[in-house]
Design a protein around this ligand. Structure first.
Ligand code: PBG
Length: 338
């Protein structure tokens, strides 16, 4: 965040009329403090097995789960629109899920195939892969469970292997979204030990136990596995801000290259605090529920989806985000390009 050093003369009317600089479109352009650009955006994509299929996600109008042949084409288009990176989220078939999420470590799994196909066809597009077990576990938790408890250290060991698996497949950035303690340091060490020192870590450092993830859990079909359980023993309590600063500080110390605040729109105070407190790029995730709310209101004719989307993203940027994950990335990049 830019901080204004105030050595201004006393602001008095009528010598100062702030409306003067708002009178013309060119003036507003000239004095704009923040701008949205396609290069600010990361596009999260849901992928599924099969060929030439797009499955619309009901709770996310305009978003579909896609097969890898379509992914490759859309990735090329996204890159041409100026979007620097995509984030991949797999739908894992029910029979491949297990209590320990073994599928995550399989080198031919859906996400690894997606990574290598996109890398082979659009090498200049960045690829981010989530490190967390929830797509792969039969209970829908991000970690492994024993007697109803999520085991931290045992989960971290598996996450290290998952990160290495994805990095070997060619992903540029691994993004631990699991919120286990100490995982960034362990993953960094594991990557170094495997000669994967160029792989970046984007840590979901301040990830809240939010009620805004519902549409995402529809998209990757994890809601029914999670059932009535929740993730509050590892994701953060929305009451807390100082704790987010501790999470972020620890992840940076452990080797995170970029840190994430998630969700974005309800947590702009956290985005602002993080970006002024730490000299590390802060990434914000406009999550599925934020997207769904805008789209649902627009479908009712209550809001202008395009305008509200631009406003929400610019607000996230103004708060201090260096980059934003948004399901609207391609639409927004097209709009900005016009
Ligand atoms: C899981 C994960 C979630 C999201 C990204 N990675 C959901 C969850 O924690 O249950 C949510 C993203 C969204 O809602 O758009 N590790």
């Amino acid at each position: 965040m830019s901080s204004v050093t105030c050595h201004l003369p006393p602001v008095t009317f009528p010598s100062t009329r702030l409306r003067r600089a708002r009178m013309q479109p060119w003036l507003r352009e000239l004095v704009a403090e923040h701008r949205l650009h396609p290069s600010d955006l990361v596009w999260p994509v849901f992928i599924q097995e099969g060929k030439n299929q797009e499955t619309p996600v009901a709770s996310m109008p305009g978003v579909s789960r896609i097969t890898l042949d379509i992914l490759v084409k859309k990735a090329k288009k996204a890159q041409a629109l100026g979007i620097p990176a995509i984030a991949l989220f797999p739908l894992v078939d029910a029979q491949r899920k297990s209590p320990l999420g073994d599928e995550a470590l399989f080198k031919d799994n859906l996400i690894c195939r997606a990574i290598s196909e996109v890398k082979n066809t659009v090498p200049e597009l960045g690829i981010i892969a989530d490190v967390a077990l929830d797509p792969y576990t039969s209970h829908g938790q991000d970690g492994i469970v024993e007697n109803g408890k999520i085991l931290n250290d045992a989960t971290v060991e598996i996450l290290c292997k998952q990160a290495i698996n994805q990095a070997r497949a060619g992903c540029d950035i691994v993004a631990p979204s699991d919120m286990m303690d100490g995982r960034v340091g362990k993953i960094r060490a594991a990557l170094e030990a495997e000669n994967l020192s160029d792989t970046l870590i984007l840590s979901y450092a301040a990830k809240y136990a939010s009620s805004l993830y519902g549409p995402f859990r529809d998209a990757v079909d994890s809601a029914k596995y999670l059932g009535a359980a929740d993730k509050r023993s590892y994701q953060m309590d929305c009451a807390n801000g100082d704790e987010a600063m501790r999470e972020i500080a620890m992840d940076i110390q452990e080797g995170a290259d970029l840190v994430m605040v998630k969700p974005a729109g309800f947590y702009l105070d956290i985005v602002a605090r993080a970006s002024s407190a730490f000299a590390v790029p802060v990434v914000a995730y406009q999550v599925s529920g934020e997207y769904a709310m805008i789209k649902a209101a627009a479908a009712n004719g209550w809001l202008d989806a395009q305008a509200v989307m631009l406003e929400s993203l610019l607000a996230i940027k103004r708060a201090g985000a260096r980059a934003i994950l948004t399901y609207a990335a391609c639409d927004v990049a097209k709009q900005l390009g016009r």
